[in-house]
Each structure stands twice: as C-alpha cells, then as structure tokens.
Design a protein around this ligand. Structure first.
Ligand code: F6R
Length: 357
C-alpha cells in the first residue's frame, strides 16, 4: 500500500536507503564479510567472460555492473539488450556466464535469450527482485535484490538494488581471486544509503528544478561521461516514460558529432559530473551547449563542485556515485510528470512487466 504517499513511485524512491541497508544485512556474514552462495562464486571464477542480458532500466544497471566486474574483479563483461541479443548473437567466449538482470524476472525478451543459451549448455545467473519468477527458476543461480515489491511502472529502487548487488558480486569475485582491494562495498553502501536519505529529504529542491526546467519544454538532454553517461541514460528514460518529454542521455563528447545541432535557445540540458577523470571535459561540453542557448543545469559531487553548479551531491565512493546521482534524476522525472498532470504510476502505453517479445 502507498500509505501517506500520493504515488507508489515517490514511496519507492524514498525506500531506497532502506533497500540498501537490507541488502547490506542480507549479504553480510557474522564477521562483516560478504555472504554469497559458493556456487555463484565458483561460476564467477570459472567464467572467462560475463554476458549481461537485460532490458530498459535493468539494462542501464547492467552498464554500471560491467564497470564493477571489469574494474574490481578483472573479468571481461559484455552488456546486451535482451531483444537484440537473439537476432545478433555475438561470438561467445569459451566459458561464458550469462547474467540476467530483471526486476520482475518475467521479461519475455530476456527469457528467450535464457532458453537459447540453455540449449547451448551455458550457465546462467539471474539477479531479480522476484526469486520464484520464471527467469529465476530457469537459471542455474539466483541473486535476490531484496527491494520489496515495486509497483510503479517506472523502476527506481530495483535499479539501485541491482547496482548494489552487482557491486557485492564484483567484490566477492575479486576476493575469491585473491585480488588486492581497498574497497569495502558493505561499508560504502552504508554511506551511500545515508546520502540517499539526505537527498530524499530535500525533495523541494528537486521539485523546484523540475518546475524550472521541465514545465514548458518539449524536449530535454542529459549529458554525462564515463559512469555518469550510464546514469544519464537512465535519467532520460525515467523522464520520457512518465512525463512524455522527449529526452535523451548522451555521452558528452558525442554532442559535437551531431546532437548539438538540436540545441536551441532554452533547450534544457542536465549535466552530471561525479567522476574526477571527466569533470573538466563534461564542463567543457556544458559550455558548448550554453554558448548555443541551452538552459543548463549541472549536478556534481563534493570535491568536484564549482560555484555555479545547480546541486552538489554529498561525497560517496567514486565507484558508487550512480547510486546517489540517480536519486535527483528520479525526483526530477517524478515532479516533471506531476506538474504536467501525467499519471505517474501508470504511464500510457506501458506495462510493469513485459511478458511479450
Ligand atoms: C523502466 C522500466 C523498464 C524495465 C524493463 C525491464 O522504468 O521499468 O524499462 O526496466 O521492462 O524489466 P525487468 O527488470 O522486470 O526485466
């Protein structure tokens, strides 16, 4: 039930800090180490390449997960859109491990890939919010998201839960491989949870930004680089699916290769900058669009901020910035939809779980 909340989406955005803490609890043993099914650990050790298969928001979480598994665990990863994979199957490595990311566990596009790869005899791990679901039952292994039921069509807490579980999986693999690590995911997730809470406590700030940037506009651009590029893709999906504003998330460096032609006077451009290595270059991209009349908004993070930034996120570990930077993006989409009188929880033409291919 939504209780005092006007919409499930807002309730689910607010639940994210609790979901992080639940995940920490569920994936922690009595010595504060990671607790994970040893068969899954072995599957991660045995594989020479992980193939992440997912759709929509879960695909966006997969893009972040690839960074974790490659950077932390040193295992190569490919991320594929489920509906594309079957028709355009890449050359597989010798010992592939398929990782299906799905909130519902019922997405038909993902299931058809699972059926295919099982015929080929490859192992599969499903990361899902619904352990008894089709993708969970039919895979060899399951990791549970522990996010609680997600009712709003627009996925929010499942996305952050997926990212958290993928970080834990990556670190568990790294430890099993004996790699040297100075990243304690359970501790850092706890910090991220507190930051998420401080953000959901400042809803009026994001409501004001949404009013200012999204009340009138027909379109909007989100830009980011590196990790932030993955988050802005999710940010634009959130905005378009519930507010019907045409939005796209672009890699900052790609603008000059075409997209910048779309910038007109007043076009909203929301830039995200949470990664030190790209802080300078994304700000250059913001200047390029501002010079062409765009109405720019920069969301940055403590340590990288500049005076003119619209909002500065509190500090979290650089690997986990997506967990906190997505929260303002979810709230911007929510308030944009609200102020445009859209049906936030049940946007037109969409179903919560897509059981047709
Ligand atoms: C977007 C959204 C969809 C789903 C996609 C995959 O807010 O909810 O893009 O993420 O349909 O669904 P699952 O994760 O259930 O496989």
């Amino acid at each position: 039930e939504k209780g005092t909340y006007p919409h499930f989406m807002l309730k689910e955005i607010d639940e994210q800090p609790f979901v992080m803490r639940k995940i920490i609890q569920e994936y922690q043993d009595e010595n504060d180490n990671i607790k994970l099914d040893s068969d899954i650990r072995q599957a991660m050790l045995d594989t020479d390449r992980v193939y992440i298969i997912a759709a929509g928001t879960s695909y966006h979480a997969g893009l972040v997960g690839k960074q974790f598994i490659e950077k932390i665990a040193n295992v190569p990863v490919e991320v594929h859109i489920a509906s594309e994979f079957s028709y355009n199957m890449p050359l597989l490595s010798e010992k592939p491990l398929f990782v299906f990311i799905s909130q519902s566990g019922e997405t038909a596009d993902s299931r058809s890939v699972l059926v295919r790869i099982k015929e080929l005899g490859h192992p599969a791990l499903t990361i899902t919010n619904v352990p008894g679901s089709t993708l969970s039952r039919e895979a060899n292994y399951t990791l549970h998201l522990h996010a609680g039921p997600e009712i709003a069509v627009a996925s929010t807490k499942a996305y952050t839960a997926q990212i958290a579980v993928l970080a834990i999986l990556a670190v568990d693999t790294a430890k099993a491989k004996g790699l040297d690590l100075d990243f304690d995911p359970l501790k850092e997730l706890g910090i991220a949870a507190s930051v998420m809470e401080s953000l959901t406590d400042q809803k009026e700030v994001f409501e004001e930004i949404a009013k200012e940037y999204f009340t009138e506009t027909r379109n909007a651009f989100y830009i980011g680089r590196g990790m932030d590029y993955f988050v802005v893709q999710e940010a634009s999906l959130k905005l378009k699916e519930i507010s019907y504003i045409q939005a796209e998330g672009f890699a900052g460096g790609e603008l000059k290769h075409g997209t910048i032609a779309l910038i007109e006077s007043g076009t909203p451009v929301i830039a995200l900058s949470t990664q030190e290595s790209v802080n300078y270059s994304i700000r250059g991209n913001v200047q390029e669009v501002a010079a062409r009349g765009a109405k720019t908004c920069i969301i940055s993070i403590e340590g990288l901020e500049q005076e003119s930034d619209t909002f500065v996120l509190p500090h979290v570990h650089e690997l986990l910035t997506s967990l906190v930077s997505v929260v303002p993006m979810q709230l911007l989409a929510y308030y944009a939809a609200l102020h445009r009188d859209c049906d936030v929880d049940k946007p037109r033409n969409l179903a919560k779980s897509v059981t047709v291919e």
